[in-house]
Design a protein around this ligand. Structure first.
Ligand code: GLN
Length: 199
């Protein structure tokens, strides 16, 4: 593990926009590396679960023997940040998932997959995120989920059009949208701070 000031943060590299997250994390002063195998989980202080396709990610997590090791680390308090498909992976409960689709859980929330519509209904919108200074962030929503409801432990930190689109519960953070695609790394910086604080 790295020093206190420079945490090592993995990006789950089974599927999805891994590279963009590696770049965003590096810009936010973390040592970033892709993670595919259970052994690699021991070497990281925090984890990002990228956007992509959650049904595929779920399948590959099972195939690579990552599902239980990931669940264990999340349960043990490792900081995790999920974007879009990654948010779906962090939901304790999922609506409109595939029948055999697994999530890791981590946030007491019910997430509805593809809630904002299909690929051609993808959009950008400015979103105010509690805890992020300097004005709203540009939210890119691509076949994005929303959070249908949250339990007492989960804090809603952003809404768009009346729907919850960002949630934090302890060391676990999730957004419906993709800050890794914008060049604005403030959400990643917030996560890197969370990882530092947990060390
Ligand atoms: N709709 C995708 C899913 O179900 C998520 C899309 C995304 O990550 N941009 O996983």
């Amino acid at each position: 593990m790295a020093s206190l000031s420079t945490p090592t943060i993995g990006v789950l590299a089974l599927q999805g926009d891994v590279r963009e997250h590696l770049v965003a994390l590096a810009s936010a002063d973390a040592l970033a590396r892709p993670v595919r195998r259970p052994e690699e989980l021991a070497e990281i202080d925090g984890l990002v679960i990228p956007g992509g396709e959650s049904t595929t990610m779920s399948k590959l997590a099972v195939a690579f023997g990552m599902l239980e090791p990931l669940r264990e680390r999340v349960r043990a308090g490792m900081p995790v940040y999920g974007t879009c498909a990654g948010m779906i992976m962090l939901a304790d409960k999922l609506l409109d998932g595939r029948e055999d689709q697994e999530t890791l859980g981590g946030i007491d929330m019910i997430v509805r997959r593809n809630a904002f519509g299909r690929q051609n209904e993808s959009f950008e919108a400015t979103v105010d995120v509690a805890g992020i200074e300097g004005g709203p962030v540009e939210g890119i929503f691509i076949r994005a989920p929303w959070v249908e409801s949250t339990g007492a432990a989960a804090e809603v930190i952003a809404t768009y059009d009346g729907h919850t689109v960002a949630v934090r519960q302890g060391n676990v953070l999730a957004t419906s949208f993709h800050p890794e695609l914008t060049g604005d790394h403030r959400v990643h910086a917030l996560f890197v701070d969370m990882v530092r604080a947990a060390q």
